[in-house]
Design a protein. Structure first.
Length: 565
């Protein structure tokens, strides 16, 4: 079913194959992705989505999408809608298995009642501060709550009154009765229900008590028949509680439980110059450091999609990262390399001049213009060609001219020649400056015998630069993005608040950028390589508002490819 080389990069394949060989779960593989609808998904979530979905596909199993909506204070329909959109875009298909944990609140309430009747749960009146004091430490056992030995009848009465809304928030909780001396703090009588008078985005005001995640999550897995509960490494210490809940569910509610779910942890995705905490991403949005959850600088799936990154590039990145047991940090350059690899053979070439310098070709007739044939994809004849207008006045990049160039500068300089991409060889004859000494224009001549594809001059010119005709240029707005943070680890505690590491130059806005006229007729969704400047994408959100903004997806420099060789 899977080969040995695959297993080496994904230990979960070995684990699941072993389970199947041993006949566990009747040979079934059933995975799920269980997001909490309290924010937008980010690229770390993409790893979990693609991992769970791919494993289900590999073993002809099933994949569920389940919203763990147990905290109405932070959950919104906006987040539900965005998550559905993101997962569809990534290509994961839950078919008809879309669930909300809130749909089974009644079943979970019944499970809680059965735990109370079995003497395995009790209502506790300790305040949150008192509960922390009673909990103990990693080296000292906890103390039993004075309410731990309430009678079953009293616990049932109090829990029902909690359910009816008789008590304020924070005054009572339901706790599992496990072991206050356990070496695992998660097993020291954890809270499994709390009072929360809040409107739920699906159940409205039906409930004022809500199950805690560590209680709800394993029970719902067993309820849905999830065979392999895959989660990130920080939940390792929660696994004993996960097993306790599943074991009790199998014993006390066997009529609704489909299988014995098992939790297995894998390393989460960490990436340089990035934060992956949903809480911190929320801060970036709410404090105005970015322009929303889908800001192209954000590591959210919505932000990456708006920037122009493709689902294929994200999938390739996740496959390259692989699945490990121990946390590590991936270089952002590796992700950018995957983006370039994806777009390199897909994105047609266009010319745009981001920092224009005017060039007048003095020996070109003033009223003459010419349509030149340029290939859309170098080396790929099937991609076709386009016609680009050329005239007496053109724009080139400021950086493509130097008045006093170093020895290996192969672009334009006084008295030097350079080839214009798909056009002619020109030579700089004169430099025009303003009163402050700034270069504002170049006067050049062209050699008519050097037309690309028809060159009869015999000249050997090393430099080739891009250009745009002044007369024919369309003008657009371009957004250039840099890392959102200035430090590889923006959460370094030595710096205090992570927002102090936000890069003030993470967004550069260029207006009236001259581009080939053909670009304005291309549909939204087309990605381009602006020659020598990177890959760009027409911002779909801005386009809906009638604005023409091209986001730079990624630059052309690829350090990762060099480092990985």
């Amino acid at each position: 079913m899977t080969n040995e080389s695959e297993n080496k990069s994904n230990f979960l394949l070995t684990l699941i194959s072993k389970d199947l060989d041993e006949g566990k779960n009747d040979g079934l593989v059933h995975t799920r992705f269980p997001p909490e609808p309290n924010g937008y998904l980010h690229i770390g979530h993409a790893k979990a989505i693609l991992l769970n979905y791919t494993l289900a596909q590999t073993y002809n199993g099933k994949f569920n999408l389940r919203f763990d909506d147990t905290n109405p204070v932070k959950e919104e329909q906006e987040f539900v809608d965005s998550i559905l959109k993101d997962i569809r875009w990534l290509g994961a298909d839950w078919e008809d298995r879309l669930f909300f944990t809130s749909d089974s609140f009644g079943t979970k309430y019944e499970f809680a009642l059965r735990l109370i009747k079995a003497g395995r749960a009790y209502v506790c009146d300790l305040s949150p501060d008192e509960m922390r004091q009673y909990r103990g430490t990693l080296t000292e056992p906890g103390k039993e709550s004075p309410y731990r030995n309430r009678s079953i009848e009293e616990n049932l009465d109090l829990f029902e009154r909690m359910r009816q809304g008789e008590f304020p928030n924070g005054t009572r909780v339901l706790r599992a009765k496990i072991d206050m001396a356990s070496g695992n703090l998660n097993m020291r009588d954890p809270v499994i229900y709390r009072i929360l008078h809040a409107h739920h985005h699906r159940t409205g005001d039906t409930w004022c008590i809500y199950p805690m995640y560590d209680f709800d999550h394993p029970f719902t897995d067993a309820l849905e028949g999830i065979t392999h509960s895959l989660c990130s490494i920080e939940y390792t210490d929660h696994r004993p509680l996960y097993d306790w809940v599943v074991d009790n569910a199998l014993e006390l509610m066997p009529e609704v439980i489909k299988c014995r779910s098992r939790q297995t942890e894998f390393a989460r995705l960490n990436m340089t110059y990035t934060v992956m905490s949903k809480r911190k991403l929320r801060r970036l949005v709410e404090e105005g450091h970015v322009h929303g959850w889908d800001d192209p600088r954000m590591p959210t799936i919505a932000g990456l999609r708006r920037r122009g990154v493709t689902a294929a590039a994200i999938t390739d990145f996740q496959e390259r990262v692989g699945v490990a047991r121990a946390d590590s940090t991936v270089d952002l350059a590796m992700f950018e390399h995957c983006i370039r690899e994806d777009l390199g053979t897909k994105a047609p070439r266009m010319m745009a001049v981001l920092d224009p310098l005017k060039v007048v070709i003095t020996n070109w007739p003033e009223q003459k213009s010419e349509l030149l044939e340029l290939e859309n994809m170098p080396g790929d004849e099937t991609a076709g060609t386009r016609r680009v207008p050329f005239g007496r006045e053109i724009y080139i990049e400021q950086e493509d001219f130097m008045e006093e160039p170093p020895k290996k500068f192969h672009r334009l300089a006084p008295g030097k020649e350079v080839r214009l991409k798909g056009a002619y060889v020109i030579q700089c004859e004169e430099v025009i400056k303003d009163s402050s000494g700034n270069i504002i224009e170049l006067r050049c001549t062209y050699d008519p015998q050097t037309k690309s594809g028809e060159d009869t001059s015999g000249k050997k010119v090393k430099g080739v630069i891009h250009w745009v005709s002044v007369q024919h240029a369309a003008k657009v707005t371009v957004h250039l993005y840099d890392n959102l943070f200035t430090k590889e680890n923006p959460e370094d505690e030595e710096d205090g608040d992570f927002t102090t590491n936000i890069n003030p130059e993470s967004l550069t806005i260029l207006t009236d950028v001259p581009v080939e006229p053909a670009i304005v007729h291309t549909p939204v969704g087309t990605r381009f390589q602006f020659m020598r400047k990177g890959y760009f994408y027409l911002d779909p959100v801005a386009a809906q508002e009638g604005k023409v903004i091209y986001n730079r997806i990624v630059g052309l420099r690829d350090t990762w490819a060099k480092l990985s060789k």
